[in-house]
Design a protein around this ligand. Structure first.
Ligand code: GRF
Length: 191
């Protein structure tokens, strides 16, 4: 599997995927990391792993479609066949979705369909739920709504803050994301 990874922030999921590939758990290759924020730590992680990274700063594009056109061109240039949104904080348009039909995956820090959109962890804490978690799904036009591939559950503790709960969820994200990528590929071979 030739992957292109999109990340806006820390990139711990990017690194979890790189590690899963490195230890033979996931039969894939990350061809390129695309990041939209010059401060993204994900770029440092890519350097460490010897993976090419490309900055496409969203502020330099007038419309979402133009950013997505840049993303598609970069992914194709590097030979990526799957697009992995690992903490990608931009809303995607049909330009990207139509270029990789059914081959775009996203990770979201809630048990979808609960708490889509931004601040999912705060939403969960405010709702007073006793379990939280994460979801890997295929990307469709509606944000955080595509078919679900994998989920994991964590407890919400009495004294949790968004930070402590997020840290517990991220441990699970790093487990399920590589597995969900393999599953998605398998499903595509045997539709
Ligand atoms: C993750 O919690 C993911 O669910 C959300 O953004 C966060 C990205 O974390 N979409 P990282 O950059 O992979 O560390």
């Amino acid at each position: 599997l030739r992957l292109g990874v999109l990340a806006s922030g820390s990139g711990s999921n990017f690194e979890a995927i790189a590690r899963a590939i490195d230890c033979g758990q996931l039969n894939a290759e990350i061809r390129v990391l695309i990041y939209n924020n010059p401060q993204a730590k994900a770029a440092d992680r890519a350097k460490k792993w010897g993976i090419p990274s490309v900055l496409l700063d969203h502020r330099e594009f007038k419309r979402r479609e133009e950013l997505d056109r840049g993303i598609v061109a970069t992914l194709k240039e590097y030979g990526a066949e799957w697009t992995i949104m690992a903490g990608w904080m931009r809303i995607v348009t049909p330009v990207l979705i139509d270029a990789f039909p059914d081959r775009i995956l996203n990770i979201h820090p809630s048990l979808l369909p609960s708490f889509p959109g931004i601040r999912a962890i705060e939403q969960a804490l405010n709702a007073g739920v006793k379990v939280a978690g994460c979801t890997v799904h295929r990307v469709s036009l509606e944000v955080d709504c595509g078919p679900i591939l994998a989920q994991a559950v964590v407890p919400v503790l009495e004294d949790d803050t968004p930070e402590t709960l997020h840290a517990r969820i991220q441990i699970q994200e790093h487990e399920i994301f590589p597995r969900a990528i393999a599953l998605a590929a398998l499903q595509s071979q045997n539709p």
